[in-house]
Design a protein around this ligand. Structure first.
Ligand code: HEC
Ligand code: HEC
Length: 253
């Protein structure tokens, strides 16, 4: 049994991080400090996102071949902006991302988030590990029905009936690679991913066993994304647990 957190290739991007830092904090963004004899380079959105596209793709399609760099395209803008803030304030840990967003202002991050949220690119399938039919079945059960005996709510009860997410802050789960999904679920358990309390995903992840994480990640990664991958309308689900990112402030609300 693998430990899901170990799937995070956390140490292997030192060079990429330096490259990104050079792109982000290098000459173009220091335009204001440049001597007046130098023409001010244009600060376009395309330049801003250049620091992101090596890993996330020009349209936020991710790098499906890597099995890990997540897709950003079409995820709700508020969700994406929040993730950048969470990397900034140490709630979510992944060194190259922490580095990349360290000095970005909230307005700048919002603009980048809106760019990626508006992108529409087809999904491509990532490799799946060999799993048994019984494992896939267990995963499907968790996705659509949950496991009441273990107090695990159905993923669809918050992520939407098609698992395409719900506006404004719940991301879709279809089309994400197996490695990414299982690593994220592992990271809530090892406290390398968190968000404002109450952190409902930490609760859900801690109720899943290791084999449940394998099962649910495999079931989600093997689903054919629906034709319309947009997030469902705000208010179209009633979350069975309070989530701070959805505006809940305490256990009872
Ligand atoms: C070196 C590769 C790399 C670069 C460059 C990079 N990212 Fe990331 N990004 C990642 C990885 C890997 C993750 C998932 C990290 C984890 O395990 O939590 C991630 C996660 C994210 C997430 C959260 C996605 C989600 O669905 O929760 C957002 C948003 C994001 N990146 C935005 C950006 C933006 C904006 C930039 C450019 C300013 C950028 N990234 C540059 C690799 C990169
Ligand atoms: C009570 C509501 C709720 C339930 C139930 C729920 N989720 Fe979530 N999930 C969320 C919210 C809200 C977020 C965004 C968290 C954040 O902003 O940090 C999220 C985020 C995620 C992410 C991160 C996606 C990304 O792009 O990085 C994964 C993976 C995930 N959930 C998997 C699951 C699975 C698997 C289940 C079922 C076993 C499930 N969730 C059940 C509310 C829920």
């Amino acid at each position: 049994m693998n430990t899901n957190a170990s799937l995070r290739p956390a140490k292997s991007f030192g060079t990429a991080a330096l490259l990104v830092a050079a792109m982000l904090f290098g000459a173009p963004l220091r335009a204001a400090d440049a001597p007046p004899t130098h023409p001010t380079p244009p600060d376009t959105l395309q330049q801003r996102i250049a620091a992101c596209t090596t890993c996330h793709g020009v349209h936020g399609e991710g790098t499906p071949g890597s099995g890990y760099f997540p897709r950003l395209a079409g995820k709700p803008a508020a969700y994406l902006a929040r993730q950048m803030q969470d990397f900034q304030n140490g709630l979510r840990k992944y060194a190259p991302m922490e580095y990349t967003v360290r000095q970005l202002s909230p307005a700048y991050m919002q603009e980048i988030a809106e760019y990626f949220a508006a992108q529409q690119v087809p999904y491509s399938r990532s490799p799946l590990p060999p799993v048994s039919a019984a494992t896939l079945q267990r995963g499907e059960q968790l996705v659509s029905k949950g496991d009441p005996a273990n107090k695990i709510p159905a993923c669809a009860s918050c992520h939407g009936s098609q698992l395409t997410g719900v506006q404004p802050s719940t991301p879709g789960l279809v089309g994400l690679p197996y490695d990414y999904l299982s690593a994220q679920l592992g990271s809530w358990r090892t406290h390398t991913r968190g968000t404002v309390a109450p952190d409902c995903m930490a609760v859900v992840a801690n109720r899943l066993s290791d084999s449940d994480i394998t099962a649910v990640a495999a079931a989600l990664a093997s689903r054919q994304p629906p034709a319309d991958t947009h997030a469902q309308a705000a208010g179209s689900v009633t979350p069975p647990l309070p989530c701070g990112v959805l505006g809940a402030t305490g256990d009872g609300s």
